[in-house]
Ligand binder design. Structure first.
Ligand code: SF4
Length: 239
């Protein structure tokens, strides 16, 4: 089994509260979409390594026309590795939320995804998204108003180059500061207010936003994720 990025970091489990790994589908679909054989295997190994060190894990599946049929299988894999699974629709440009969602995902698709996920929760599958998020899916797009979002106020995102942004969906805008130059706390505190934006359906951000706005379902789902192991499915020896 190949090495993972975490192999070179000592005691990383002491600083990681939750490890989130992208999963596009079962092995063949994931490797095909990533364009890299073995990618699925590395992702699963990382999740299993984290779980063995007592770190909570989750998978995020970005849904597009290429894997709309994989929701059940992603939930199966998540159950097999003891992770919660989050789902969200694909955007045209990850760093420019204003470009909108992938045009091949229709409003009907979003409603169908929300219905499938609600049913999955009813069956006890390891679904991480809250009902508040599923309602957001059903209503959008647009999903809201970036000016009302707490990204940049109560939490921020650090990009690999050190840029501190409210969220990666607004990273293409000008005006953010680099934490490597200014200090990360200062770069966060000096972050300009968000002036406009159509909201988004990025699950980690929206779950956080819902929590800060007091959504009971998002709060309950987050607490459940923290205190309960994800419901496990039968181990798949073919993985
Ligand atoms: S809704 Fe919040 S997280 Fe989403 S793009 Fe707008 S500011 Fe960023």
């Amino acid at each position: 089994m190949g090495a993972t990025a975490l192999d070179s970091i000592d005691h990383w489990e002491r600083i990681v509260d939750l490890l989130i790994v992208s999963l596009d589908g079962p092995r063949d679909r994931h490797d095909q979409l990533r364009g890299k054989p073995g990618s699925y295997h590395r992702a699963i190994r990382l999740l299993e390594e984290a779980r063995s060190r007592g770190v909570n894990t989750a998978v995020v599946c970005v849904i597009g026309p290429w894997n709309l049929d994989c929701i059940e299988e992603v939930l199966d894999v998540a159950g097999q590795v003891g992770s919660w699974a989050y789902f969200q629709p694909a955007y045209r440009d990850n760093f420019r939320v204003t470009a909108g969602m992938n045009s091949d995902i229709s409003v009907d698709d979003l409603r169908r995804i929300a219905r499938l996920l609600r049913e999955a929760r009813g069956k006890g599958r390891p679904l991480g998204n809250s009902d508040g998020f599923l309602r957001l899916l059903e209503q959008g797009p647009p999903f809201g108003d970036c000016r009302k979002c707490v990204a940049g106020k109560y939490f921020g995102t650090v990009l690999p180059d050190g840029l501190v942004v409210p969220c990666h969906g607004l990273a293409a805008l000008e005006g953010w500061h680099n934490g490597r130059e200014r200090g990360f706390a200062r770069a966060f505190l000096d972050m300009p207010a968000i002036k406009k934006g159509p909201g988004c359906s990025c699950s980690p951000y929206m779950e956080s936003d819902l929590i800060f706005h007091g959504s009971p379902s998002a709060l309950l789902t987050a607490v459940r994720r923290m205190v309960m192991p994800a419901p496990r499915g039968a181990p798949d020896t073919q993985r």
